[in-house]
Design a protein around this ligand. Sequence first.
Ligand SMILES: [Zn+2]
Ligand SMILES: [Zn+2]
Ligand SMILES: [Zn+2]
Ligand SMILES: [Zn+2]
Length: 298
Amino acid sequence: MELGNENATVKKARVEEPLLLPPNVQVKQEGGVVAAAAEGDTRKEMDIIKFDATLLHCPVCSDRLRPPVFLCAAGLHIACSCCQGKLPGKRCHSCDHGGGSYVRSPLMDKVVCSARVQCAHRQHGCTSCVAYFEASDHESACPRAPCSCTVPGCGFAASPPNLLGHLASTHAWPVHSIRYRTHLGLAVRASEPRALLVAAEEDGAVFLLSVAALGTARAVSVVCVRANGDAGQQYSLKLWAHGSGDRAVILDSEVTSSVAPGEINVDAWEFLAVPPTMMTGPGPDKEMVLTVCIDEAS
Ligand SMILES: [Zn+2]
Ligand SMILES: [Zn+2]
Ligand SMILES: [Zn+2]
Ligand SMILES: [Zn+2]
């Protein structure tokens, strides 16, 4: 249940409508009311430092209230759309003697839409301010949700752009700039297992090319560094390893996402197996000649 870790307090909720709250809600104004920007706009914005968050949750199922919100005939008890439809006779769950039926409350709809909170990943650079009932959806898809450095003993975690800077500066992982639908040629040594790829001139996405030993062969994989692989843009990958002449092995796959980019997961991810006969150079530290092409999946 989400209510438990909200600690019954919403800080810095931003209100964009005139406050029309139940009498047991205490609002303390900080720094005065901000005047509406445009003439004729009656909205007033202010920060709230204390707010009883139970008023923004359905008392029946404890989920966050989202429009349409329902109010019992006595005007005392609220319920979410789902719960009021399930209650016997759609009668109030809390009023003595079964109370009256629920009716929609446009006022509560305004209240739950007006209660806005900052994204939990603000410290990682997200400036989004979203409706309280949409905060979980936003945070699960937030592009600034932190990812972890997997270098043993490091423990650093940051948004993908900041993790990129950390990996490049602290651990000296090489960085290459890419453009979507454009081939990037890379010469990767078997002893240099990683390279960061950043689409700096596109959407800023960060990718990691990893190389793992597969006996005497090498497994090469590309993942998108982000905490929410199922949300947002998906990517496709074409990866070539070139041998002598026109010989090449090719991987054509979707790009997996990883919140802790490190060693590749050969059990779960698609990878390109590069046999030793397609590596060049003397001694054990051979080189793979690769071509990478990433595209935004439609
Ligand atoms: Zn409910
Ligand atoms: Zn009631
Ligand atoms: Zn966010
Ligand atoms: Zn680190």
